[in-house]
Write a new protein. Structure first.
Length: 223
């Protein structure tokens, strides 16, 4: 038996931060599904593959090995045995990842991997299509949102802390483009599941969002 909490929402909605905090507090395994698509995008760049070369990208997806080590200080990500934790957050990867994740076959393979990662475990999984597609029967379904200005501001600050070199305008434009692209995907588009609880985090602190979600989870299960 496994207990699944799905957290969907656009970039900068607070998914990553609150998901990690809730996982630590409730002893859930935290799965950030964006990592899986970022690894494919990184490999596309490393192998100099053109975005138009869908067949090659599918082949790359079939062959890569992704390992995610959940540590108290955040996820350590290994791609074919190499630590790529920082590389998958680069400007170059962030620019192409939404397009790479739009390829249907890439999604089929990654969703399969995401379901396997959760098998038999109590997890909190964050992404864009967790409550609609990956786990439509998740025990708790949450959709986080915030204004685009607030999301860009958060991501810009986060990038500065991680020494990722992007201006506020670059971050804003990237988020806007990714939002549009993520919402238009044929499979696994970013959308609110009918039975998801929507939380607008624009004017909420991280701890307020964490508390709201923990209250919802506690109503469903006694952790
Ligand atoms: O959450 P993130 O910014 O790390 O995600 C990177 C990209 O991956 C995002 O632009 C869309 C894609 N993605 C997706 O299509 N489905 C998911 N479940 C998670 C991420």
């Amino acid at each position: 038996m496994s207990f699944i909490v799905g957290i969907d929402g656009p970039a900068g909605s607070g998914k990553g931060t609150v998901t990690k905090k809730i996982a630590n507090k409730l002893g859930l395994i935290n799965i950030d599904t964006g990592i899986t698509y970022r690894c494919v995008a990184l490999e596309v760049i490393n192998q100099n593959v053109l975005l138009e070369d869908t067949n090659k990208i599918i082949e790359i997806t079939k062959n890569i090995k992704i390992n995610i080590d959940n540590t108290p200080n955040g996820d350590i990500v290994y791609l074919d045995g190499k630590d790529v934790t920082k590389d998958i957050r680069s400007k170059e990867v962030t620019k192409i990842v939404s397009q790479v994740s739009s390829i249907k076959e890439v999604r089929f393979i990654m969703v399969e991997m995401q379901r396997k990662l959760a098998e038999g475990k109590n997890v909190i999984m964050e992404g864009r299509d967790i409550c609609t597609y990956v786990f439509p029967n998740a025990d708790v379904k949450i959709y986080l949102d915030a204004s685009i200005e607030e999301r860009a501001r958060r991501r810009f600050k986060e990038n500065q802390e991680k020494n990722i070199d992007m201006t506020y305008q670059e971050v804003y434009d990237n988020i806007k483009r990714r939002d549009e692209n993520d919402k238009e995907k044929e499979i696994g588009a970013l959308k609110i599941a009918e039975d998801s609880i929507v939380i607008d985090t624009t004017n909420l602190s991280i701890d307020e969002v964490v508390k709201k979600i923990i209250d919802i989870i506690t109503l469903k299960n006694k952790f």
